[in-house]
Design a protein around this ligand. Sequence first.
Ligand SMILES: NC(=O)c1ccc[n+]([C@@H]2O[C@H](COP(=O)([O-])OP(=O)(O)OC[C@H]3O[C@@H](n4cnc5c(N)ncnc54)[C@H](O)[C@@H]3O)[C@@H](O)[C@H]2O)c1
Length: 257
Amino acid sequence: MQSKGVMRLAAKRVLITGAASGIGLACARVMAEHGAHVLGCDIDDAALSVVAGEAGMAASMRLDVAEEPDWAAGAAWARREFGGLDAIIHSAGIGVGGDLTTLSLESWRRQQAVNLDGSFLAVKHMLPLLREGGGGSITLIASVTGLRGSAVFAPYAASKAGVVALMRSAARASAAAGDGVRVNAIAPGVIATPIFGRMEGVNAAATDPVATAARLVPLGRAGQPEDIAHAAAYLASDEASYVTGIVLPVDGGLLMS
Ligand SMILES: NC(=O)c1ccc[n+]([C@@H]2O[C@H](COP(=O)([O-])OP(=O)(O)OC[C@H]3O[C@@H](n4cnc5c(N)ncnc54)[C@H](O)[C@@H]3O)[C@@H](O)[C@H]2O)c1
């Protein structure tokens, strides 16, 4: 249970993508501790089913964020099982790198399909659900690379820059519509999660978060998934009711370096 006794998300219904691992899993755990009813989604339903109970998820389902029918099914599921949603944390993502002069178009497109198309589909299918309930919060997990660029992870950085522009556009549209929906992004820096072992198209040196952080991050160490989860819990909470359209870096100072 939440140790400090502050239930920031009491009874809020929160859908989290990428909930089987890393940042999404930490978000599920921390937000459940804050009193949220967490609906966990991931393409890896086997891994999700192993962690769902222990992380305090109220329910879980397989959802490939790049597939529109999966989002339609997810929205129908949330409506049927929970009567709607109050917040979305969209954390599912993959990391594709490589030299821009040799990178295949197929790799580029796979990267954009999961990270950028997935974020678009999240907004497209979840915003109506939040509006039905009179408002809510969408938090997209972007990346510091989307703000700084990356020599090693260009496809990934481009996808995350797109996520930031999508977020700002959705935030502006919701504010203009007066629909009560806030839309924000978190830009993690170097966070120690399994994603480093899953990176495509990069050499081994780029897949070690500890060495990468020691080299690049002013605080000199990698962050933990919980560092992102606490920021996500804040943005989804009513304490952030005047916060929309921001990119919140949680990066040990990486952006200023
Ligand atoms: N770890 C970092 O240093 C870091 C830094 C910046 C941004 N991020 C972003 O944070 C988010 C979470 O990354 P993480 O570090 O927790 O990685 P992770 O690999 O631990 O978790 C990602 C999860 O997303 C799921 N996933 C992948 N493709 C999917 C799809 N098509 N549909 C549904 N689920 C899918 C995976 O199965 C996995 O459970 C990603 O968007 C990532 O780009 C991570």
